[in-house]
Design a binder for this molecule. Structure first.
Ligand code: NAD
Length: 288
């Protein structure tokens, strides 16, 4: 059997796609929430959790099909309105167009969730310059574009708001497997804290959510530096098995995001499994 297909199918259909807990029912009624990378995984679960709490949601993803699916699910979960926008967050011009369109057609975003991200594993010396650029372009520049464009609109309106970044436990747990990824997430964590300090006087909260292992499709698309395609597939399967064993659903991260916004937390670790990260850092990159 194809392990990875089984894994992805199970995560896609094996459980309800984010049943709203009711805890935050109507808490976000009337608010406009934009989630990047919401075509799958944590982003989808987060968009649906906000939808279940009464928000209008803008679903942004570079994958048009995934974004449309999430927007459809959001409507079926009670969102008063939802829109799918196909945008690559690392493309500054495309993000500028998106920000203009959202402001003109849907309004000023009350909650921005910078979630889009990509994974890349391998040793530091296997990472090419191009590898570093790709990871930083999406994981860091995507967040910079989002915060700058939508944060400026929030600040300009003068009615507060909230910005969430999905960083990672990898932001503060060194690993021999994820040099570019961890560096990008550490930068996102610091960016969030700097922005939080800057925007505090304007009623705009900024939260960095730092998940540990979460059972999503990221393992199926994660790239592995310095190996051929066959070895990459083998490692994706092993990563999927590892993440599957942890079995932490993205819906729980979504709930942590809503809670963090309500409480205005600064940094929120979710499922930080320090022991596991330490264990991983003992492996050579080959071991995954
Ligand atoms: P995922 O692969 O299921 O979802 C990522 C989504 O982002 C996908 O829909 C993808 O199409 C989209 N995306 C990727 N690059 C994009 C781009 N340039 N522009 C627009 N959309 C883009 O993975 P996930 O696990 O849900 O990851 C979401 C976030 O959570 C990422 O930032 C990831 O680094 C972070 N995270 C995940 C885990 C985990 O264990 N799954 C742990 C810590 C942090």
């Amino acid at each position: 059997a194809d392990w990875i297909t089984e894994f992805v199918t199970a995560t896609e259909s094996g459980r309800p796609e984010c049943a709203p807990t009711g805890k935050y029912a109507d808490r976000f009624a009337g608010q406009l929430v934009l989630v990047t990378g919401a075509g799958s995984g944590i982003g989808r679960a987060t968009a649906l959790a906000f939808a279940g709490s009464g928000a209008r949601v803008v679903v942004v993803d570079r994958d048009a099909e995934g974004a449309a699916r999430t927007a459809g699910l959001a409507r079926s979960q009670g969102a008063p309105a939802s829109w799918a926008e196909t945008v690559d967050v690392s493309d500054e011009q495309a993000m500028e167009k998106l920000a203009e369109k959202v402001a003109a057609e849907y309004g000023v975003v009350d909650v921005l969730v910078n979630n889009a991200g990509i994974g890349l594993s391998g040793s530091f010396f296997d990472h090419t310059t191009e590898d570093w650029r790709k990871v930083l372009d999406v994981n860091l520049w995507g967040v910079i574009h989002g915060c700058r464009l939508f944060g400026r609109q929030m600040a300009g309106r003068g009615q507060g708001g909230h910005i969430v970044t999905i960083a990672s436990a990898a932001a503060y747990q060194p690993s021999r497997l994820l040099p570019a990824y961890s560096t990008s997430k550490a930068a996102v964590l610091m960016l969030s804290e700097c922005l939080r300090a800057e925007l505090a006087g304007q009623g705009i909260g900024v939260t960095a959510v730092c998940p540990g292992f979460v059972n999503t499709g990221i393992t199926a698309t994660a790239r592995f530096a310095g190996v051929d395609a066959e070895e990459e597939r083998r490692r994706q399967k092993r990563a999927a098995r590892l993440y599957g064993l942890r079995n932490y659903p993205p819906e729980k991260v979504a709930q942590a995001v809503l809670r963090a916004v309500v409480r205005d937390d600064a940094v929120v670790p979710v499922t930080v499994e320090a022991r596991l990260f330490h264990a991983m850092s003992r492996f050579t990159p080959r071991a995954l």
